[in-house]
Write a protein of this length. Structure first.
Length: 354
C-alpha cells in the first residue's frame, strides 16, 4: 500500500515526538511491505516565526492532498501575547475546519502496567477500554449567535446542529461500535435540551441499520459519574462537542498519563488528522525526555482508521504494551522498579519490537 502522509511537527515537544512516529511508521512499512511517503509542513508558532501566519496556505493545500496527517502539538508562552490571528491555536482550529474533520475519536485504554498510576482504585480501572466519539465541528462551540448584549448585562451562546451533522457522527459511532464490542452509549441531556431530543431520535432511527449493536442512552450528568465509578461498562460513547470535550478529559484519568493518550479527527472519506492529546509541554521541550507514546499510538490510529491497516495498528499497540511491561518508561510515568529512558531510546525499543 502506498500512502502520502503530511507531518505537522508544530512547537515544543511536538517536533520531538513527530520523529518517533515517523521512525515507527518506517519500521511498519518495512515489516509489512508498505510505502509511506512523508512531507513536512509548518503549523502553529513555528509557522508564525517563519512565515508570519499560524496556518500557511501551502500547509492547507498539502493536507488537502494527503491521505492522512500527523500533528505534534502547537503553542507555548512565547506566543501568548501575540494578537489572536497570530496565535498558534488558530492554526489547529483552522486546519480542523478547513478539512471538515467532524469526528474526534479518543480511545482510552488502561495499560496493565500503568494501572496503579491512576488516581482511581486499581480494581475500578482494571479492564477499562473505551472509545469516545466526540462531535468536533458543530454544537455549542460553533453556534451563532454567541455574544455579549446590553453592555454586558446579558450574554448568549447557541447549541445548534443540523440533522445531517448529527446523522454523520452517529453513523460513525455505530460503525466504531461494530468494529469493537458492539455496545454504544449515546450521551445527551434529552430531559432538558431540544438538540438532545433530536439527537436521541436519530440514534433510535439509525439503530435499525445496526442490529448487532446494543444501544443505551445516558444523561450527561449520569455519564460523568459512571465514567469513574464503572468505566468498564463502556465500549463506545458518542456525544455532542462540549459534552465530549469535558467527558474525554475526565476519562483520560483512567490511564494515568497525558503522555499516553492518542486522538483522531476524521471526516467521511476517511482522511484524518492524528495527534496526541497533550500539548507542546514547553517546560520539558528540547530536553529529549518527552514521552513519544501518545504520538506513536496516534500513528496506530491513523493506520486503523484512515488506511484500514488493523494488523499493523495492533502491532504498534502491542509493541508499546510490551516495552512498558519490560519496565521501560519515560520520566512522566511511574512504573514500580522501572527504568527511565528518553524519547529516542523509547522509540528505539518500540521499533525493535515491531
Ligand atoms: P501540556 O499537555 O503541554 O503539558 C502539561 C504537563 O504535562 C506538562 O508538565 C508537561 O511537561 C507534561 N507533558 C505533556 N505531554 C507530555 C509528554 N508527551 N511527555 C512528558 N510530559 C508531558 O499542556 P499545557 O502545559 O497546559 O500547555 C502547553 C502549551 O501547549 C500551551 O501553549 C497550550 O495552549 C498548548 N496545547 C496544545 C495542544 C495541541 O496542540 N493539541 C493541546 C493542549 C495544549
Ligand atoms: Mg478540552
Amino acid at each position: 500500500m502506498h500512502k502520502k502522509i503530511v507531518l505537522l511537527p508544530g512547537d515544543g515537544i511536538g517536533s520531538e515526538v513527530i520523529h518517533s512516529a515517523k521512525d515507527v511508521l518506517n519500521a511498519i512499512a518495512k515489516e509489512f511491505n508498505h510505502s509511506f511517503e512523508f512531507e513536512t509542513h509548518l503549523i502553529g508558532g513555528a509557522a508564525v516565526d517563519t512565515v508570519g501566519t499560524p496556518l500557511p496556505d501551502t500547509t492547507v493545500k498539502a493536507c488537502q492532498e494527503a491521505d492522512a496527517i500527523l500533528l505534534g502539538a502547537v503553542g507555548g508562552p512565547k506566543w501568548d501575547q501575540f494578537p489572536s490571528d497570530l496565535r498558534p491555536e488558530k492554526g489547529l482550529l483552522g486546519i480542523r475546519k478547513a478539512l471538515d474533520l467532524f469526528a474526534n475519536l479518543r480511545p482510552i485504554k488502561g495499560f496493565p502496567t500503568l494501572l496503579h498510576a491512576s488516581p482511581l482504585k486499581e480494581e475500578v480501572v482494571t479492564g477499562s477500554d473505551l472509545l469516545i466519539v466526540r462531535e468536533l465541528t458543530g454544537g455549542l462551540y460553533f453556534g451563532t449567535p454567541s455574544e455579549r448584549r446590553d453592555n454586558n448585562q446579558s450574554v448568549v451562546d447557541t447549541l445548534s446542529y443540523t440533522r445531517k451533522e448529527i446523522e454523520r457522527i452517529i453513523e460513525k459511532a455505530f460503525q466504531s461500535a461494530q468494529l469493537r464490542r458492539g455496545h454504544l452509549t449515546s450521551v445527551d441531556k434529552a430531559n432538558v435540551l431540544e438538540s438532545s431530543k433530536l439527537w436521541r431520535e436519530i440514534v433510535e432511527e439509525t439503530k435499525a441499520n445496526y442490529p448487532d449493536v446494543k444501544v443505551e442512552h445516558l444523561l450527561v450528568d449520569a455519564a460523568a459519574m459512571k465514567l469513574i465509578t464503572n468505566p468498564t461498562s463502556f465500549d463506545v460513547l458518542v456525544t455532542e462537542n462540549m459534552f465530549g470535550d469535558i467527558l474525554s478529559d475526565e476519562a483520560s484519568v483512567l490511564t494515568g498519563s497525558l503522555g499516553m493518550l492518542p486522538s483522531a479527527s476524521i471526516r467521511e472519506d476517511g482522511v484524518g488528522l492524528y495527534e496526541p492529546v497533550h500539548g507542546s509541554a514547553p517546560d520539558i521541550a528540547g530536553q529529549g525526555i518527552a514521552n513519544p507514546l501518545a504520538m506513536v499510538l496516534s500513528s496506530a490510529l491513523m493506520l486503523r482508521h484512515s488506511f484500514g491497516l488493523n494488523k499493523e495498528a495492533n502491532r504498534i499497540e502491542e509493541a508499546v504494551e510490551h516495552v512498558l511491561e519490560r519496565g521501560y518508561h519515560t520520566r512522566d510515568l511511574h512504573i514500580l522498579n522501572g527504568m527511565v529512558v528518553g524519547t529516542s531510546e523509547m522509540t528505539k525499543l518500540v521499533v525493535e519490537f515491531i
